[in-house]
Design a protein around this ligand. Structure first.
Ligand SMILES: NC(=O)c1ccc[n+]([C@@H]2O[C@H](COP(=O)([O-])OP(=O)(O)OC[C@H]3O[C@@H](n4cnc5c(N)ncnc54)[C@H](OP(=O)(O)O)[C@@H]3O)[C@@H](O)[C@H]2O)c1
Length: 290
């Protein structure tokens, strides 16, 4: 399973990742374990996560070249103490301003991929597409894509762009299988877009002892992995994901390097047959395939 992406959403909370020196060490080890991407967003810890990643990259000049960096914008969180309403803004001025602020925090001139974080029901696709094209022509990002867009929303934006969208970040895991049926993975395959899977272990829900679907899945994944420990279960869940023909790149969110390394190692040795893949799908949905 190479390369995988590391998600910086929880970076400020992890004992190994919440300080620049620790994060620089963590990223070096993550790269040794096969990580090739760092997934950032302006809203993660209100910009503090990007600033932390920027500090870590600046500490070790060799690090930047080992990772491709993803930035995302378009979500506006409520103010302090929950004042105001969370909303989405995919207008050109907002996206451009947020990417410039992200680059400043990351201490970079350019990211490798900029994604529109969420569909904005008020989006003017031509305006958004204009901003995305200008980001590429201005050298702020090498490529652009979407996240959490439906097939129709992606289609609308790529028509305005006049070019296929080459990256799509969406939730998909053994506990979130909607993208298998709603056309998003098929669209990515047809358009040769790279899929990035956020929450590939369902944000830790896979390990919840009180969750009935997760319990069912753990038992089956352990059988497929030939081991009952959490790493073997996680590895089989990641191998299940990687088995889909769209070959999603998982964005792993753990902030413990030993855990990440064990999970990706277990994924590489898990063997998934077509029958086993469907057995996982049945266990996920609690229903037989027709
Ligand atoms: N585009 C979007 O809208 C969107 C939305 C959400 C997330 N994302 C991106 O996707 C990344 C990953 O998402 P995610 O964090 O949900 O990924 P994940 O890998 O599914 O979940 C990581 C969480 O699971 C926990 N975990 C992992 N292994 C465990 C185990 N064996 N036992 C108990 N807990 C375990 C981790 O805790 P420890 O840290 O303690 O190991 C962490 O809290 C984020 O960082 C972000 O970059 C994008």
């Amino acid at each position: 399973m190479t390369p995988w992406a590391w998600g910086a959403m929880r970076a400020c909370e992890g004992a190994q990742t919440s300080r620049p020196a620790g994060l620089a060490r963590f990223l070096g080890q993550a790269h040794d374990a096969g990580a090739g991407w760092i997934d950032c967003a302006d809203i993660y810890a209100n910009g503090r996560s990007e600033a932390l990643v920027g500090e870590a990259l600046a500490r070790d000049p060799g690090l930047r070249g080992r990772f491709q960096i993803i930035a995302k914008a378009g979500v506006v969180l409520p103010g302090p103490n929950g004042a105001g309403t969370a909303h989405y803004r995919n207008d050109a001025g907002h996206l451009r301003g947020q990417l410039e602020a992200s680059l400043k925090r990351l201490k970079l001139d350019q990211v490798d991929l900029f994604l529109v974080h969420r569909p904005d029901y008020l989006m003017d696709a031509e305006d958004t597409a204009g901003a995305l094209k200008a980001m590429i022509s201005g050298g702020l990002t090498k490529a652009v894509g979407v996240s959490n867009f439906s097939v129709w929303q992606t289609d609308r934006l790529q028509r305005a762009l006049g070019a296929p969208i080459t990256a799509n970040q969406l939730e998909v895991s053994v506990l979130a299988t909607e993208a298998l049926d709603d056309g998003r993975l098929d669209q990515a395959l047809a358009d040769k877009a790279q899929v990035f899977a956020w929450g590939p272990l369902a944000g830790g829900r896979l390990f919840d002892p009180d969750d009935a679907a997760a319990r069912r899945l753990r038992a089956l994944l352990a059988r497929l992995a030939g081991g009952t420990d959490a790493e073997a279960v996680a590895g089989a869940a990641l191998a299940w994901l990687a088995h889909h023909p769209s070959r999603p790149i998982p964005i792993l969110g753990s902030c413990r390097i030993e855990r990440l390394a064990a999970q990706v190692k277990a994924a590489a040795s898990a063997r998934i047959t077509p029958e086993g893949w469907y057995a996982v799908l049945e266990a996920a949905r609690g229903a037989r395939v027709p």
